[in-house]
Design a protein around this ligand. Structure first.
Ligand code: SAH
Ligand code: SF4
Ligand code: F3S
Length: 432
């Protein structure tokens, strides 16, 4: 019998990659994907707990299934991922209609657990081994058609004082280069043109070669038209890596390099192990070696102990760097992390007003950066029709900027040249 599976994925690209692997495992026991929740026999909610807002969304989503489970008792509901790892059995206390909870290290058990529940309705909770990875033989059921993710390492050793990720993803483990190359080759054979190598600290890769060597090796895989990687930590962005990006053929000129903050005092308290000066020097080196590079970052406001002075320093800092774009977050207290116990926690009103100010400053910079591209011609990888208008197609520049253009005969996966005619803060528009 054909059974239907719906996966709802929250959080980062690593969770997307995990969901695709779980879908692959479940396909082998007769489940095919559906978008229709009402038609599903099995629903997986793959969760994130990086900020309280992420957890609230997940709890809201889980709650929505209470009524559906009453109407359709045979429906199996599973919660996986980072929040499952963090909450474990407590999740069942709060939501007894959930059938199983599998932590991040137990994703590869998903088919076995579902089969056991099909036979006998019994709650299953397993968060036992946070560092057990999905075996490389597991074939992912990839979403999308142009661009896909290949995890190269899992976990994090950095313990930034605000961050829950090291606790829910375990220590760093790198996959073997051969396995990565095999997976990239398979993805290309499936028709994917763009590969993004993934890791919580992708440039700390240590699978028997350096990350720079791995990038150069993947760059040579036939059919890889574009190669990206994320997320890089400034402490491991070596000269060798900068040179590899500069020399690569398909390696895109974009580095997502989270700085998190722009004052040494706060960076120290965050345990980020670099200084403002060090980061600025790194940016200079990158821009000297890779002239067209696009730099994006993550920033957190409202970290405990942040003063107006610290915040002004951060504004000066982002004005000095001129990032192409920044993801800005309000500090969220994560219990179990060191910063949750730091004194001088910042009140919500201050956090929100600082976030607004930061976004206003950065948005103006992003707009200026995009305006500087007006009238230039860029290479675009076509993604497909836009959501609202099928005559307008979307694509990405090598610098990872979203671009809209009027469609004539291009197809998803084509590489085309587009002349930029309009620049906005978050997107570009152009003509062929
Ligand atoms: N390993 C990556 C991604 C970590 S999570 C990295 O180091 O960049 C993605 C982003 O979430 C982080 O870069 C950080 O800016 C943000 N983040 C992590 N913990 C947070 C917290 N407690 N509150 C607010 N933002 C947080
Ligand atoms: Fe979290 Fe820091 Fe690790 Fe990134 S490097 S996952 S922010 S602890
Ligand atoms: Fe969230 Fe886990 Fe990714 S906490 S950001 S889904 S590693």
């Amino acid at each position: 019998m054909d059974k239907k599976l719906k996966i709802i994925t929250y959080g980062c690209q690593m969770n997307v990659a995990d969901s695709e692997r779980m879908a692959g495992l479940l396909k082998a026991i007769g489940y095919s994907l559906t978008d229709d929740i009402d038609a599903a026999d099995l629903v997986l909610i793959n969760t994130c707990c990086v900020r309280a807002t992420a957890e609230d969304k997940v709890f809201g989503q889980i709650g929505r299934f209470k009524a559906l489970k009453r109407q359709k008792p045979a429906l199996i509901l599973g919660v996986t991922g980072c929040m499952a790892q963090k909450e474990g059995a407590d999740l069942l206390k709060r939501a007894p209609h959930v059938d199983f909870v599998l932590g991040t290290g137990q994703s590869s058990e998903v088919a076995r657990v579902v089969q056991s529940i099909e036979l006998e309705r019994k709650h299953v909770v397993d968060t036992s081994n946070v560092s057990a990875d999905i075996p490389s033989e597991v074939y992912p059921l990839r979403g999308g058609q142009v661009s896909t993710f290949v995890p190269i390492m899992y976990g994090c050793n950095n313990f930034c004082t605000y961050c829950i990720v090291p606790y829910v993803r375990g220590r760093e483990r790198s996959r073997k280069p051969e396995e990565i190359i095999v997976e990239v080759t398979q993805a290309v054979a499936e028709g994917f043109k763009e590969i993004t190598l993934l890791g919580q600290n992708v440039n700390s890769y240590a699978g028997g070669m350096t990350f720079a060597e791995l990038l150069a090796a993947v760059d040579k895989v036939a059919g890889v038209e574009r190669l990206r990687f994320m997320t890089s930590h400034p402490k491991d962005l070596s000269d060798e890596l900068i040179a590899a990006i500069a020399e690569g053929v398909h390696i895109c000129e974009h580095i997502h390099l989270p700085v998190q903050y722009g004052s040494d005092k706060i960076l120290r308290r965050m345990n980020r192990v670099y200084t403002v000066e060090g980061y600025l020097r790194l940016v200079e080196k990158i821009r000297a070696a890779i002239p067209n590079v696009s730099l994006t970052t993550d920033l957190i406001v409202g970290f405990p102990g942040e003063t107006d002075e610290d915040f002004q320093e951060t504004l000066d800092f982002i004005r000095a760097v001129e990032f192409d774009a920044a993801f800005t977050f309000i500090y969220s207290k994560r219990s179990g992390t060191p910063a949750a116990k730091f004194d001088k926690q910042i009140d919500d009103a201050t956090k929100h007003s600082r976030l607004n100010e930061l976004m206003t400053v950065q948005n103006a910079i992003s707009l200026d950066k995009n305006r500087a591209l007006l009238d230039s011609t860029v290479e675009v990888l076509v993604e497909g029709a836009s959501k609202t208008d099928d005559k307008i197609y979307t694509g990405r520049t090598r610098s990872n900027k979203l671009i809209l253009f009027e469609h004539s005969s291009e197809r998803a996966g084509d590489l085309i040249n587009v002349k930029i005619t309009q620049a906005q803060t978050w997107l570009l528009k152009g003509t062929l």
